[in-house]
Design a protein around this ligand. Structure first.
Ligand code: ADP
Ligand code: ASP
Ligand code: MG
Length: 425
């Protein structure tokens, strides 16, 4: 008998009907002879609504209480799902992250999983139950406080449990038919990918393709857990994410030259203006940011003006960390020494991802030509071996994604990509 882990995102369990539909699917998997562990997200936009609510009572809620609040969302859906399964005549038990043995560090709002001890899940399975686990949450090893794993963290819960339970596959059920060559909400002609390597998926995810969270892909790669991303609204095969390409019928699926185009409008740009151009300045800025436990994305330093010996340093970071970063830099201004700070949250990032970039010299030129033909102005550039990213005005992002998608011949000539549910919030 195999063990499968299935994860259902918020759009799949948005209302009572959704929960009943998903319950049927889970029971089918059990009837097919599998042991089934289900990881579930909060219903619909519940997490966003809880965040809004917290903001109405406090501008800067304490991390511990914020996590306590947000984990309530997943507790609602896990209990309702267990009830719906029992109503179909099958045994199910729900567990919080803590009960399921998801142990994390103590960084509230973006805790990292450091261990999974799924003893209670094993027992529940051995007793013939379907185990339902609340995604996105854990308990901190030292303080025993409840933590959350960051937005979209249920994906990580699912893969971490799959690894700890030695599952055959981790199925991620969502509101689209798989991973596409671009977000189907932006590019109607996006094409479903049959197979993608962990490496390319990792780049897409960390560049903003929120269909999978990058930490979840990182985890899956480390423990070599194949992920199958598919829709909970259709019976279609989705996208396999693994180290080896899968056989599809008698055809071997090959790695594409370009896997896809990702975009991200969740970041902001901070420019530190008037920094003395001498050793140690960048170090002081980035130490300040690191001490505030903020992760940066892109960094650029301008050429200094010869007359003043001053330069500017710009970097991007999640908008949600903007306030914290500005406060930390202002506090350390005497030590660092700079003139002023500029904050810009009207930026967007577009990334082209594909392993084939390494060996196809024309890729960079085609990318920039497509953006230039569309009149898109580029503010920052960063590259890796298999990715090119640019920062533009946020308003330019949809058009930029579409022109790049077309320029690389990724447009599908068959039917439009379907988005079954969700608000895309
Ligand atoms: P869930 O609630 O199931 O976790 P998410 O909203 O987190 O769902 O992720 C699914 C969404 O990811 C899709 O509705 C789609 O808009 C978005 N998305 C972004 N990039 C891609 C991509 N390359 N392929 C598929 N979906 C994508
Ligand atoms: N409910 C959480 C969120 O909306 C976690 C998740 O859905 O994965 O971010
Ligand atoms: Mg998600």
């Amino acid at each position: 008998m195999g063990l499968v882990v299935q994860k259902y995102g918020g759009s799949s369990v948005a209302d009572a009907e959704g929960i009943k539909r998903v319950a049927k699917r889970i029971v089918e998997a059990k009837k097919n002879g599998n042991q089934v562990v289900v990881v579930v997200s909060a219903m619909g936009d519940t997490t966003d609504e809880l965040i809004d609510l917290a903001g109405q009572v406090s501008p800067m809620p304490a991390g511990r209480e914020f996590d306590m609040l947000l984990t309530a969302g997943e507790r609602i859906s896990m209990a309702l799902l267990a009830m719906a399964i029992k109503n179909l005549g099958h045994e199910a038990q729900s567990f919080t992250g803590s009960q399921a043995g998801v142990i994390t560090d103590s960084v509230h709002n973006k805790a990292r999983i450091i261990d999974v001890t799924p003893g209670r899940i094993r027992t529940a399975l051995d007793e013939g139950n379907i185990a339902i686990v609340a995604g996105f949450q854990g308990v901190s090893q030292d303080k025993k406080d409840i933590t959350t794993l960051g937005r979209g963290g249920s994906d990580t819960t699912a893969v971490a449990l799959a690894a700890a339970l030695d599952a055959e596959v981790c199925e991620i059920y969502t509101d689209v038919d798989g991973v596409f060559t671009a977000d189907p909400r932006v590019v109607k002609k996006a094409r479903k990918i049959d197979w993608i390597s962990f490496e390319d998926m990792l780049e897409l995810a960390s560049s903003g393709s929120k269909v999978l969270l990058h930490r979840c892909v990182e985890y899956a790669r480390r423990y070599n857990i194949p992920i199958h991303v598919r829709s909970s609204f259709s019976g279609l095969q989705g996208t396999w994410v693994s180290s080896e390409s899968t056989e599809q019928g008698d055809q071997k699926v090959e790695q594409a030259i370009i896997s896809g185009v990702a975009h991200d409008t969740s970041e902001a740009k901070i420019t530190v203006v008037g920094v003395p151009d001498k050793p140690g300045e960048a170090a002081a800025i980035f130490r300040t940011i690191a001490n505030a436990e903020i992760n940066l994305d892109m960094v650029v330093q301008n050429v200094s003006a010869a007359a003043t010996g001053l330069t500017d340093i710009s970097f991007t970071l999640p908008k949600t960390e903007g306030r914290k970063a500005i406060d930390a830099l202002e506090r350390n201004r005497p030590g660092i020494g700079f003139d002023s700070l500029r904050y810009d949250d009207q930026i967007g990032k577009i990334s082209l991802v594909g392993a084939g970039m390494k060996t196809n010299p024309g890729v960079t030129a085609t990318f920039f030509e497509a953006l230039s033909d569309a009149g898109v102005n580029i503010e920052l550039i960063s590259t890796s071996e298999i990715r090119i990213s640019v920062v533009t005005r946020a308003d330019d992002v949809p058009e930029a994604v579409r022109v790049v998608h077309t320029a690389f011949g990724l447009d599908s000539d068959s039917a439009e990509a379907v988005v079954y549910g969700g608000t895309g919030r």
